[in-house]
Write a protein that binds this ligand. Structure first.
Ligand code: 5GP
Length: 176
């Protein structure tokens, strides 16, 4: 099987959307410091690109988690493998995600973050697949709603590849 990738959202559209989201986030946080956090590896690209458009003072922190499922769908059984290096108690936390599908991973992470008593907690995702939603989780900032297809690029992988693409694409497979 050979795979190829079709462009779904090009780089210019993504950057423009991140600028719009950053402007909205700046307005909502009124110049207060924002602790940007993301789950490695997928969310890192969106976090970095969003951060360059933010005018609010920000810090960045990363955690690594494993979600056990059947490989395609997440189970929501999230285990932290590498935790944040800075505490978030009393801080304005903005969790930056690449994509929300069933919402299971996010719901679990939200619960874990809220237990740490941040001053506020919001979620931003570049992509949202509303058709896949199983668990209702409040997402404050959404870049693009997309159909229920498997996408790669801008941090998202297929077998660890394609994370470096500047655009979002849909993976197709063809017989060789
Ligand atoms: P959820 O718990 O919302 O079902 O799953 C979210 C996680 O599943 C994302 O952080 C991502 O790792 C993975 N995921 C969901 N949809 C896609 C997709 O279309 N492409 C890729 N590469 N990963 C996805």
């Amino acid at each position: 099987m050979k795979e190829y990738v079709d462009v779904l959202i090009d780089e210019a559209k993504i950057e423009k959307k991140l600028q719009e989201l950053a402007a909205q986030i700046d307005r909502d946080f009124h110049g207060e410091e924002i602790a940007l956090v993301c789950v490695l590896k997928g969310g890192a690209v969106t976090l970095v690109h969003l951060a360059k458009y933010l005018k609010s003072p920000v810090t960045m922190d990363f955690l690594s988690a494993s979600s056990y499922g059947n490989g395609v769908k997440s189970s929501g059984d999230v285990q932290i493998r590498l935790d944040l290096t800075n505490g978030i108690e009393g801080k304005n936390v903005l969790l930056v995600e690449d994509i929300v599908d069933s919402g299971r991973t996010l719901a679990k992470l939200r619960e874990m973050f809220l237990e740490r008593n941040p001053k506020s907690f919001r979620i931003c995702t570049l992509l949202d697949k509303p058709d896949g939603r199983v668990v209702d989780v409040p997402v404050d900032y959404v870049g693009f709603e997309i159909p229920d297809a498997f996408v790669v690029g801008f941090g998202l992988d297929f077998t660890q590849k394609y994370r470096n693409l500047g655009y979002i694409g849909v993976v197709h497979f063809e017989e060789e």
